[in-house]
Design a protein around this ligand. Sequence first.
Ligand SMILES: Cc1cc2nc3c(=O)[nH]c(=O)nc-3n(C[C@H](O)[C@H](O)[C@H](O)COP(=O)(O)O)c2cc1C
Length: 330
Amino acid sequence: MKTGKRKTEHLDICLKEEVQFRQKTTGLEWIDLNYESLPEISLNEVDLSTRFLGKNFSAPLMVSAMTGGTPKAKKINRDIAIACQRLGIGMGVGSQRAMLEDPALRETYYVRDIAPEIFLAGNIGVSQLKEYSPRQIAWALDEIGADALCVHVNAVQEAMQFEGDTDFRGGISAIKKLALLLKKPVIVKEVGHGISGTVARKLAKTGIKAIDVQGAGGTSWAGIDSLRGKSELGAVFWDFGVPTAVSIVECRNAFNGKIIGSGGIRTGIDVAKALLLGADLCGIALPVLKAQVKGGSKGVEKYLRQIIEETRLAFYLTGAKNIKDLKKTN
Ligand SMILES: Cc1cc2nc3c(=O)[nH]c(=O)nc-3n(C[C@H](O)[C@H](O)[C@H](O)COP(=O)(O)O)c2cc1C
């Protein structure tokens, strides 16, 4: 199936159907922040700023990879980019496979004219590393002015697709080669089913700079692709994977680079908890798409501003003035 058609179907399903995990949760509800009823700081003092892979963030947040390759995707990427530039946070574009197939689609990912300063991550699937050389991938990153590349690893999602890739042999060595040859940092990310400690230990030897856990408990890609392909496997694998809280802890223990806590992050309290567990930054996808559909760039900005405000409050209520303080609060 053509990449553009698949991406359009994904967007439609995400917006029309209930696509989040059904029973499994992120596990973040099992974590409590240490509430300080006497925080001894002022809310005004809370400073959420951080640096991540050489870029400044006003808050430890990015919009996770979603789209590109179609006119609708172009508008979504641009609305997200405008909001991220205003807020001083990062974003990822969706899989750049479509622009590798047809370079004319580059403009559907290009946001640097309206978001010159943000941390911007390019995106490609590990399966595409069989087809495209590091040189071609470097071209795709340069064309959109990306700061880093996210390689998505999505065995369960692919297994639900009618046309999916169910041969993941050589994935680790392809990632290692790419990390060595690419001049930009490589981040390995799941798409919502989590990265276990076992995988993180293997990734620790590849030279990648960050793991974006994209754990279970938020959007289920096994769910979305089984709805799309009308596969009955989806009913069984819908809730498959490593919950976000577990994935963050396991990756933190196995990997020395940066960790992005993501998959089902829905409030500023979730952000604070993910940071407390060992994440350096958090990522959100589906709710941002819904905010864009509802209100364009203003809708995205309003939604993310709310998450940032909640995060600030969560910090304040644990007596933490900054991320370093927060990590000392448990
Ligand atoms: C509409 C949509 C399209 C997505 N496309 C991609 C993609 O192209 N590449 C990728 O790595 N992840 C993709 N994702 C996965 C997200 O980056 C994220 O890992 C996942 O949705 C879990 O986060 P959430 O629970 O906050 O939605 C997509 C997510 C959505 C909602």
